[in-house]
Design a binder for this molecule. Structure first.
Ligand code: 13P
Length: 289
């Protein structure tokens, strides 16, 4: 039987009303934590690496680790290149064997973004990559960081315009679209609520897979409502970074003399596992392999 691709899981999620979590990682130990959660919950897994993550982890190694987890666990495990801003970097990811590509053309003017996204789609099809994600309108918040003292206020004027979404998807042929309805990269003092009505308006206008960036810190009820309204993938980065590093700081503070990585890192892996398990349950992807 042919291997099921990521698109098959987006279709299944759309039909059944749940979502994949894209876990952004930059090291093996974060992947270990996520995999432990996925095994426990029998969930399909999507890893993501940003340009920064993949410059550290290296694309061929990220692909090899995903393949190795697939083989070892028998679970559907996929890898998306997150926020690729140039054709060149996405071509490298495709050549390395990524399962999915996100072209972030939000810095370009709308027409130019469409022209470039079209090229990414054509390149991806040649490589039999099943999902290309597009984006116009930058996702606010900056990097995946903690801003615990800042309350971010968003201007709804910048949220995804349904008519532009229709035009973008039609002209580029992207499979999925990162929609702006209130999620932001990073965790703030109070993350904004989601505009579910806007999502419904987009849905009435364009048929594609809708995805959310900036899942960390988003009110859980809002995320659940977005998933009920057709979102099939939610990206999580800050929550995993924070879980990993806070546990590491704590371990080092308690064991300042310890130098064996295999003794220092397990609490961080466990912290990632817990956070990842919470997200898999919230997105409803447990037992969906
Ligand atoms: P968070 O850091 O808010 O989880 O967002 C991650 C993301 O959207 C990566 O593309």
């Amino acid at each position: 039987m042919a291997k099921k691709n990521l698109k098959t899981y987006y279709e299944k999620a759309k039909k059944q009303g749940w979502a994949m979590t894209q876990f952004n990682v930059s090291c093996l130990e974060q992947m270990q934590g996520v995999m432990e959660a996925a095994i426990a919950k029998k969930a399909p897994v999507l890893f993501g690496t940003s340009e920064g993550d993949s410059s550290f982890l290296h694309m061929p190694q990220a692909v090899a680790l995903v393949e190795s987890y697939r083989k070892e666990t028998g679970l559907p495990v996929f890898l998306n290149f997150d926020h690729g801003k140039t054709l060149e970097i996405l071509q490298s990811a495709a050549d390395a064997g990524y399962d999915a590509l996100h072209f972030d053309g939000s810095a370009h003017e709308f027409k130019e973004n469409i022209a470039l996204a079209k090229k990414v789609v054509a390149m991806a099809r040649k490589k039999k990559i099943s999902v290309v994600e597009g984006e116009f309108g930058e996702i606010p918040g900056g990097h995946s960081e903690f801003h615990k003292n800042t309350a971010l206020v968003l201007d709804k004027e910048n949220y995804t315009d349904p008519e532009q979404a229709r035009e973008f998807v039609k002209k580029t042929g992207v499979d999925s679209l990162a929609v702006l309805i209130g999620t932001v990269h990073g965790v703030f003092h109070k993350n904004p609520p989601l505009d579910i009505e806007r999502l419904q308006e987009i849905r009435n206008r364009v048929t594609c897979f809708y995805v959310l960036h900036g899942g960390s810190g988003t009110p859980e009820n809002d995320l659940a409502a977005a998933i009920r309204n057709g979102v099939v993938k939610v990206n999580i980065s800050t929550d995993l970074r924070a879980a990993f590093v806070l546990a590491l700081r704590d371990t080092m503070a308690k064991n300042p003399e310890e130098i064996a990585p295999y003794k220092i890192l397990p609490p961080s892996i466990e912290a990632v596992r817990k956070v990842a398990e919470g997200h898999l349950l919230l997105m409803g992807s447990a037992n969906k392999i």
